[in-house]
Design a binder for this molecule. Sequence first.
Ligand code: DGP
Length: 113
Amino acid sequence: MENCLFCKIIAGEIPSQKVYEDNRVYAFRDINPAAKYHVLVVPKEHIESVNDITAENADTISHIFLVIKKLAEAAGIAEHGYRVVNNCGEDGGQSVNHLHFHILGGEKLKTQL
Ligand code: DGP
């Protein structure tokens, strides 16, 4: 989608530190890490937020979670645990309107909620 930051990153128009890519998913280091390991996992298809998940694209979302699990294992953080975060919409603190899941780990995270 035009003028979408993450679509530009996926297309390689804006550089990123890629950690994984397949035909449906792109994962890269967050520019402003909130933990030792902070990776964003995004669908290549422009889905704006959780509000835009449908029966048609739900398969991509479940695939994203399989990728998250694999990335955590590959990074060696699976055993000790990690956090998966999604911010949805303005009140949820979503700053980039392209669905993304944060993987945070590599250290003991502060308790939230
Ligand atoms: P959120 O607040 O949930 O919408 O998270 C957006 C995240 O995107 C935030 O943690 C910072 C990250 N981010 C914003 N711009 C860039 C960028 O140009 N490159 C990378 N790698 N990350 C970005």
